[in-house]
Design a protein around this ligand. Sequence first.
Ligand code: PEP
Ligand code: MN
Length: 332
Amino acid sequence: MKNGATEAQVRAVIDEIERMGYRGVPMPGAQRTAVCIIGNQQPVDGSTLLAMDGVKETIPVTKPYKLVSRETRPDSTVVIVGDVKIGAGEPVIMAGPCAVESEEQALTIARLVKGSGAKLYRGGAFKPRTSPYSFQGLGLDGLRILDRVRKETGLLIVTEATDSEHLKAVEEYADIVQIGARNMQNYSLLRLVGHISKPVLLKRGFAATVDELLMAAEYIVAEGNSRIILCERGIRTFSDNTRNTLDLGAIPAIKQLSHLPIIVDPSHAAGRRDLVIPLSRGAIAAGADGLIVEVHHDPAHALSDGAQSLYPAQFDELMKDIARLRQYLARS
Ligand code: PEP
Ligand code: MN
């Protein structure tokens, strides 16, 4: 639409698109609104639309993921949650244990990461574990502990929903609902989080291409939830030196292809504590909008992912590193 097109003109265009048998989705930008046509199998003849009041141009979108594509929306999306803005320039750091183990454990770590400057607290209440015999998370009790963490520290909460059965509860307690790597292509779950009231942290599957990640995000936006944060967390390659291989190139590539913010999880990428800080630095330098990092005060006794969890003092160093790196990047 033209700069200054009225709401009525946008509405009329959507009505016309619906009359043509498709869906029209308005996407307001900083300067002007785009109306995205979805549901067409073939190119659409835009001549009727072009003749309508307020219409500036019609742009054929070449990507199969239309709503999340930068072709459709040149302005970057900023996801706002509480007083935190993700994708607005300042990297947002989320930190905490892999899993909530007890109230004491969760609060101890929360106070420490908050002291170092984390804005969000991570911690799984429902854990997707490779082995059925591993600790599966505290479930609803874990969510209640996360609620205590928020109340005591003011940290916002990001936690995973592993299935539709517990999605409502997770939605209620979380500030951001995480969809894990294993569920990136669980299309029925993606559709459901398209209807929740909270932003979604969508992690890249460890065998998923960038296009597949963006198509997964498209599922969520197509259902109506456009508050999505993508997350690169390492993919499986022949390299067996690390748990996964962090795909740093995906960050600038996704920035070109999509308007959605993207953060990096260096912990699940590395699988080992000694690589988490270098990978974090690389991620910030490559333009990531934030990090989600595992931290534990007693990693030797952690119930999951202790080997990749930073000690609180290391996390504090990392936060100082990021501040220095940001200054350097701003200068250069
Ligand atoms: C997690 O962040 O807790 C997690 C399980 O990560 P991923 O889904 O990336 O394996
Ligand atoms: Mn973990």
